[in-house]
Structure formats: C-alpha cells, structure tokens
Design a protein around this ligand. Structure first.
Ligand code: PHE
Length: 445
C-alpha cells in the first residue's frame, strides 16, 4: 500500500510555512548586529542587493526543483541531476541535522528566558544569569523540551502539523514584532538607537569581510542552500508563480529582520546597554535585552514576555523546517512512516545537540561550519546544477506559472555567472573563518 504524499492545503499555508522557516533567530538578533557593525543603512542596502541578486534566484531554483520532483532533497537532486548529484542531497540532510542540533539549544535559551520572565525570576545581573542557563543541565533540559515540541508538530504532518502551526503562529508573530517596534519608538533612547543601527558608513560596505557577513547572513536567514525550501516546495500541488513566491518569502524575511533592529537598538540605547553588546555573540540578545526589561519592573515583565514569545515562535517555525528536511529524507529513503521517522531523526538530533548545550564555543564552531560554510557551498552547487546541468528542465518547470522567457533566461544567466563568482569569494572567506572558531574550542594560537 502506498500512502499518498503529503501536500499543503492552501498556497497561503505554504507561503506562511516557508516564511516561518526563514524568519527565525537569525533575524531578530544577528541581522541588526551585523548591520550596525557593517555600515548601517549602507549595509542594509548591500544586504537587499544580495537578497535580490542571489537570494531570490536561488530560492526560485529550490522551489523549481522541489515542485518539479515532488521529492525530498536526496531523491530530488538525483532526479534532476542524475546519480552523480545524490551526494548534494546528503549534504543538505546533514546540514539540516547539524543546524537543528545547535539551533534547538538557542531556542532552549529563549524558552528559558521566557519562562523566567513570566515567573519574575530574571535577576539584575543578567550576565551571570545567562552564564548559568546557557550551559549545563538546565540548557540541556530546555533544549530537549524544544526538540520535543518540534517533534510533536512535525509528526502531525504537512497539513495537520506544519501548515496548521504556521497559519496560527505567523500572524501572531508579525503582530508582536510590529507592536514591539511601535513600543520601542516611544522610548527615550530610540533616536540614538536608530542612529547607531542605521548610520550609513559607505567605507564599511566595500570590505570583503562585510560582503562575507552579509552573504552568510542572507543564506542563513533565508533558509537557503540546504533544501528546506526545496522540501516545502515538494508539497506544492498547484502551478503558481515561483519567482513571485520566492520574492515574497525573501522580502518578508528581510522586513522582519529590519524591523527586529528597530526593536533591539532603541531598547539597548534607552537603557544604556551599549557596552554589553560587544562581540557577535548571540548572548547579547540574552543579556542586554533582559537587563533592559528587568530594569522596567512590571511593565518590563509584559514587554519581555512579548519579546521572548515572539523569538520563541520565530525559532520554533524554523526548527520545524530543519527537522522536516531530515524527516522527509527518512520517509522517502527508508520507507518509514512519518511518526517513526520523526521520532528517530528528532531524537538523534537532540542527542547530537547536547555538546552545544555544554559548550558555547562548540556551538559557535558548528554554526560556522554547518550554518555558514555548508549553506554557501549548497547554494553554489544548486546554482551550478540548475544553471548548467538541468537548465532545460528547470526552464520548462519555471515556465508553468511564469511565462516570461526573457526573465527566465536572465535567471539562468545569473545562476551561471554572477552567483557562482560571488559565492566562490564568500565561500573562501567562510572557510577561513573556521580557524578562529576552531581555536576558540580547541585552544592554541
Ligand atoms: N532561517 C532561519 C533563521 O533565520 C534558520 C534556518 C536556516 C532555518 C536554514 C532553516 C534552514 O533563524
């Protein structure tokens, strides 16, 4: 007996789930932080160019492969590229596995801070507090709880689990974030906060390091280069306009990232917490921001709860998509039912994530290797596969819902030229950045 393959019940459900995958922990902290370091408004402009020039064409490529094949990444890439490309699907599945293993740990910190905010149990010294909750038994506990929640949703299937959760949670998330941005605008420090975030510095934008940061951030934030969007697109039934859908996903994600900075920087400046925000450590999100809320008393409990609820929702809907990549591969590859696939994959990921809950430097290293290098490499290979190996089929599939031959040619041309050149440069920088991350774990100079 063959079970019919899962599918989305509506196109809007698909879009919300894909935006849910993209909008995550990467948006609410890292984007604003990198922007403030990398040239402010000038960085935002560079980022937007990368999203449009690289992000949307590559999202479209993943959407085209997914919709055409209706298969999980390993099978899908084998179908379009031949046997010689199955390894790239395996890399995708490993990336989903690896990213979720530490992503769930950060999600666990978020859950912990949320719970403690609601209990009124955040101490004044949030630095010491974060040190306690981010590693060790408590971190493991909240990591496992987050994985259990993710597993519970993914066992519900595409419609009954992933889509339903996205339809409920994503509108809530948008409302919370916009509400927070409006609230932040009323704070006395908002002016200097915006200025610090967005003060344009053109010179910064032309540094190779800024390009590397912007591209790495774009890949992570758009859930690109590891088959998450491909997998979601494999559950599409209709023949919609894929570049438009890719554009919607990319712009929604970028808008949330941008608005996230309009929340965090006013808070940081209002409470004079600039000094606590050094180093690209995710910890700043869990130290500076809770400290600000703490000093507001009861009102801070309310706003803090809203902030960390939004962050948890963002993380959860991204974690779901990461797990789904691995689960889909198990279902298609091993022929297991969804429930068993989800429990086995989810448990394995939870266990592999435990070291990240014991050592934040290890977490940082896995992030640099899997969350950065793997994604850029995956994006580069996707561009080459679609641009050179499977361009005819891709063009044919894209034409369904996108009958514009000139733009389709421009798309293939971009995948063959601009994107590989930029990604090769970025990949080189990303590989070099592994060194410092590895030294942080293993010591040595
Ligand atoms: N896009 C998510 C974020 O910004 C992370 C993610 C990466 C999710 C890759 C899925 C795939 O947090």
């Amino acid at each position: 007996m063959t079970v019919p393959r899962d599918s989305w019940s509506t196109n809007a459900g698909f879009i919300l789930a894909a935006v849910g995958s993209a909008v995550g922990l990467g948006n609410l902290w890292r984007f604003a932080y990198i922007a403030s370091e990398g040239g402010g408004a000038a960085f935002v402009a560079l980022y937007l160019v990368l999203v449009l020039l690289i992000g949307v064409p590559l999202l479209t490529a993943e959407l085209v492969i997914g919709r055409r094949t209706g298969q999980s990444p390993i099978r899908a890439l084998t179908m379009v590229g031949g046997r010689g490309w199955s390894w790239l699907g395996i890399v995708f599945v490993f990336a989903g596995f690896g990213i979720l293993s530490y992503y769930a740990v950060i999600m666990g910190w978020t859950g912990r801070v949320l719970v403690d905010t609601l209990r009124g149990a955040i101490p004044a010294d949030t630095g010491a507090y974060f040190g306690e909750i981010s590693v060790g038994g408590d971190a493991i506990l909240f990591h496992l709880a987050g994985m259990a929640l993710t597993i519970a949703i993914v066992t519900g299937g595409v419609r009954g689990g992933i889509e339903r959760v996205a339809i409920i949670l994503m509108p809530i998330l948008f409302l919370l974030i916009v509400g927070l941005a409006v609230w932040a605008a009323t704070l006395s420090g908002s002016g200097p906060g915006y200025a610090f975030y967005l003060r344009p510095q053109l010179s910064e934008v032309f540094r190779a390091e800024t390009l590397r940061q912007a591209a790495g951030q774009a890949f992570f934030s758009l859930s690109l280069g590891m088959g998450a969007i491909l997998t979601y697109a494999s559950y599409l039934r209709g023949k919609g306009n894929l570049p438009k859908e890719g554009g919607t996903i990319a712009l929604s994600d970028t808008a949330v990232a941008f608005v996230g900075g309009l929340v965090t920087f006013p808070v940081i400046y209002h409470f004079g917490l600039q000094a606590g925000v050094s180093g690209s450590n995710v910890g700043a999100l869990f130290i500076a921001i809770p400290r600000g809320f703490h000093s507001m008393g009861a009102a801070g409990t309310v706003v803090g709860a809203i902030f960390f609820t939004a962050l948890y929702i963002a993380a959860l809907t991204s974690a779901i998509s990461l797990l789904e990549v691995v689960v889909a591969a198990f279902i298609d590859g091993l022929g297991w039912p969804r429930r068993r696939s989800t429990w086995v994959a989810g448990t394995a990921i939870a266990l592999v994530g435990i070291p990240a809950a014991l050592n934040t430097n290890w977490l940082g290293l896995v992030d640099q290797v899997v969350g950065n290098v793997f994604l850029i490499f995956g994006g580069l290979m996707t561009a080459l596969l679609v641009g050179f190996v499977w361009s005819r089929g891709a063009d044919e599939e894209l034409a369904e819902g996108f009958p514009r031959p000139r733009l389709r040619r421009a798309w293939l041309w971009t995948l063959r030229t601009v994107i590989p050149v930029i990604l090769l440069v970025v990949l080189y920088g990303a590989i070099r950045a592994i060194g410092p991350a590895a030294r942080a774990v293993f010591g040595g100079g």
